[in-house]
Design a protein around this ligand. Sequence first.
Ligand code: XMP
Length: 511
Amino acid sequence: PVLVVDFGAQYAQLIARRVREAKVYSEIVPHSMPVAEMLAKDPAAIILSGGPSSVYEPGAPQVDGKLFDAGVPVFGICYGFQAMAQALGGTVAHTGRREFGGTPLRVAGESALMVGLPAEQNVWMSHGDSVSEAPQGFTVTATSAGAPVAAFEHVAQGFAGVQFHPEVGHTPHGQKMLERFLYDIARIEPTWTMGNIIDDQVAAIQAQVGSAEVICGLSGGVDSAVAAALVHKAVGDQLTCVFVDHGLLRAGEAEQVERDYVAATGIKLKVVDASERFLAALAGVTDPEEKRKIIGREFIRVFEAAAREIASAGDVQFLVQGTLYPDVVESGGGTGTANIKSHHNVGGLPDDLQFKLVEPLRTLFKDEVRALGATLGLPEEMVWRHPFPGPGLAIRIIGAVDRERLDILRAADKIGREELTAAGLDRDVWQFPVVLLADVRSVGVQGDGRTYGHPVVLRPVSSEDAMTADWSRLPYDVIAKISTRITNEVREVNRVVLDVTSKPPGTIEWE
Ligand code: XMP
């Protein structure tokens, strides 16, 4: 792999993704990892990322000089560039000239990193200190007003570095530079393609699982669907998937999993219709937290029972999970298998359920998972599906949940989704909840008569990661169409309102 050494900035994940976009596999490692351990991973190159600190701050992370003696190509970015300069005998100075944001860069002479790129270009800078003298044997290949040494390289040794951030979109030629480093300076072949990822993962799953039986809980979401498809490709009918229909799904969802997913993959699927049980447990409950607890608890019981039925028929030792790379990085890394304690990813599993985990997506980002799903032949609607909460429509009915209310919300939600798709806006929107204010009524007029119906709330949002969100500025004509259709086609609804709250202060869901 190419190792991206994380110096504590938010840029390491972005660098890792850009390297992967160049079809080279990359992994993030903490700067505290000893050099010997990095080298044990047999890296094709090492990239030192940006960081918030000055190399002169007490306790600032240093780069161990041994890193440069191993014959591994190294690319330093921003803080990593300065740390590299210092470790190799160059000079880093407080010039007092800060640069932040878009900054003109002048390419000085021949450069392997910037070959074919304009001599004058904009780059994204964010630094206080500057490299004032490059290490011996290095060529200075670019300068800016605030950084006399804005880039350097020593091609024979496979070393290069830049003061700016090539990984951000504000450096228009940044991706080209990364590619020049990877292909020309580090001499790495761009072979990390979806086809190869599938082959590697299939081999790894086969090695891990052997002839044992495997189960997977399908939520209908993209992660579990892709993980299961990959495991199925590896071990075929040793895999059984469990899909719990809790009766709180949207129109067509259970059918999509049962019909389209099975048709695309040929997976053995056990569908458990548990809607009676969930609705009975939820009867009369209006408190959002109580709803969530009840659903979580019932989910565990149903999944557990289904797993026991499958386990008694064979030798089930493995459970598939759709864990993604950001979860792994955020929880401090780690490799290998772990025993489950109580894992929320499958709705929470009991302590005494001892499966080994199969996590074929734990090296991938969400967009890579989608690309993988498409390559595996999963239906497009499944691959590009919007996130949908585990507790389902129960937390989109404000008030008690029952079948009648679920039917009303399902009908309104279906119209919203249909019109969003018809307008070609699915990929512009992160998700589009429709919420039923079941205990609210308002007066309306329809035909010749008075109506006294319920409002629904449209809650389209845009987001990167659901941590923050903004309300989507959908075109008014699309909103108008949705509103007209809902009030015409869903008898119980006589008013449609639009939620124009960002997150924070609102959350995406209403409960
Ligand atoms: P909020 O409402 O907290 O939602 O802004 C953030 C994201 O998480 C989803 N969500 C859930 N997903 N189980 C889930 O699997 C849950 O209990 C749950 N609650 C919220 C929500 O749809 C949004 O994408």
